[in-house]
Each structure stands twice: as C-alpha cells, then as structure tokens.
Design a binder for this molecule. Structure first.
Ligand SMILES: [Zn+2]
Length: 263
C-alpha cells in the first residue's frame, strides 16, 4: 500500500530530500516506480495525455498547491511520458515553484535546459524514477559497467535508455563515461566522478577517426580497445593511460550511445 504524509514533505526544499522522504514512507516501493499513483496521493486529481504539437508537459495547480492536474505529451514513448509526469510532479511539490501553472517544453524537460526550476524538476523526476539507493545497489552488484546494464536499468525502472545511462554515470564508482551522438557528431557526454581524464571532444565534434563507434552497425556487447588518446587528452603532469575501451549502441535516426571505460 502506497502512502504519502504530505506534512512530512512540507519543509523539504531540495529534490533529493523530497524523494528520500517519499522512499522513507514507502520502503517497499515496487518497480517501476508508480509515479502516477504517488502524484495522485499528493493531490494531483487528473493525469492526462494530450497530443498537440510542440507540447510536452503542463501542471495547473491551485495557489496553495494542494490540488492540481498534469497533462503530458502522449505521442512519445511511455518512458518519456513517465519522466514528464515526474517533472510536473516536481513542480507541484517543490516549495519554491510558486507559480500555479507550468508549461514545459521538450527542451525544459531535458538536460539542455539552464532554467533553475526546470533543472530542479528534472532532478526530482530522475531521483524519483531511479532512486539512488536502488540504482546503486544494482550497479554494485553488476560490477564493471556495460551497455547491457544500462539496458537493464532502462527496462526495470521504465525510463529511457538515455536517462538510465546518465543515472548510471552519475552513480557509478568506476572510471566510465558515455558519449551521446547523432549522425556521428557529439551531442554531449557525461563522465563519472572516477573518470579523471579529460574527454577531448566537445558538442559538435565528430566521433574520433579511429573509433569503431563511427561504424554504421555495431554489436553493443562487443568491447573495442583503442589507444586512450583517441578519446581523452593529456592532463598537465599526468601520463595518459595506455588504452581506453568502448562499446556502442546504435539507436534509431542516427542516434548512438558509446560507453567508455578506462578498464
Ligand atoms: Zn517544467
């Protein structure tokens, strides 16, 4: 049975504090996290799909933020719909988000946004859908990171592959990084705290000349060993590691995810 004691949430201001409290009240939360049911317990009376162009998510609440309704883009994959619902739920619970209406674009509900409120709502959604303690326990059991682990997280937590990859990197205790690309051009990358080297590529750069990640097809389970300088640059006074290992998943429409590991 899910429960939500809103009084206990009232004084919490940071996304992770709110999620920690929700988990504390519900130590046996099932997976995937029942985001719709939790939002309803908090006072969201209706959660409905809309399919108008250019629309991603919306919250309409009363001034006291005790009641509200959420609309989400129903034309995107279910994992993304869940992230959007989590995002609007974040606007509803975060006490500094005082507006009564939030209209959020696809960019707002992505890591491209620089707006504080949107960043916080995204953090809330990521924390709620992929709780730190649950993800960490899986990562520790899995050992050395692999693309297959990201796929498993994405399935178990019902989040997009990209959201699962970012979360793995955020919480990993291994020297690993992921590079997201489209048409062999870097969109962005993220690296774990344990990945000390500097990645030599920036947004808009082509994937490294010698990297198999450039190939049009790949086996996401296969590791390729390259000289480290293919991906990382020397830091002052530090020697480069000899090798770097990569695995690449080719997705639809030219999107790719490359996992880098320093082994
Ligand atoms: Zn928003």
């Amino acid at each position: 049975m899910l429960r939500l004691d809103l009084m206990e949430l009232a004084d919490l201001v940071r996304p992770e504090q709110l999620v920690d409290e929700i988990l504390k009240q519900n130590p046996q939360l099932p997976l995937p996290i029942p985001v719709v049911e939790l939002a309803k317990l908090a006072g969201i009376s209706k959660i409905e799909a809309l399919s108008s162009q250019g629309f991603e998510g919306m919250l309409i609440a009363n001034a006291e933020k005790t009641e509200g309704v959420i609309f989400y883009n129903g034309t995107v994959p279910r994992s993304r719909q869940r992230f959007t619902i989590g995002h609007e739920f974040g606007h509803f619970l975060l006490p500094w988000h005082r507006q009564t209406t939030f209209e959020c674009t696809a960019e707002d509900i992505s890591n491209r946004t620089r707006k504080d409120w949107e960043v916080q709502a995204n953090q809330f959604s990521a924390e709620l859908l992929m709780p730190k303690s649950l993800v960490k326990a899986r990562l520790q059991a899995n050992g050395d990171p692999e693309l297959g682990h990201i796929q498993k997280l994405s399935n178990q937590f019902d989040v997009s592959f990209e959201a699962a990859a970012r979360r793995l990197i955020e919480l990993s205790e291994y020297a690993c990084a992921v590079v997201f690309s489209k048409d062999n051009v870097v969109r962005y990358w993220a690296k774990s705290d344990y990945f000390a080297e500097q990645i030599a590529l920036r947004k808009g750069d082509k994937l490294p000349y010698k990297s198999p990640s450039k190939q049009s097809g790949s086996d996401p389970e296969e590791w390729h060993e390259l000289i480290a300088s293919s991906w990382v640059k020397e830091r002052q006074g530090e020697d480069l590691p000899e090798s770097i290992y990569e695995q690449t998943l080719c997705q639809e429409y030219g999107y790719k995810v490359t996992l880098l590991s320093l082994g």
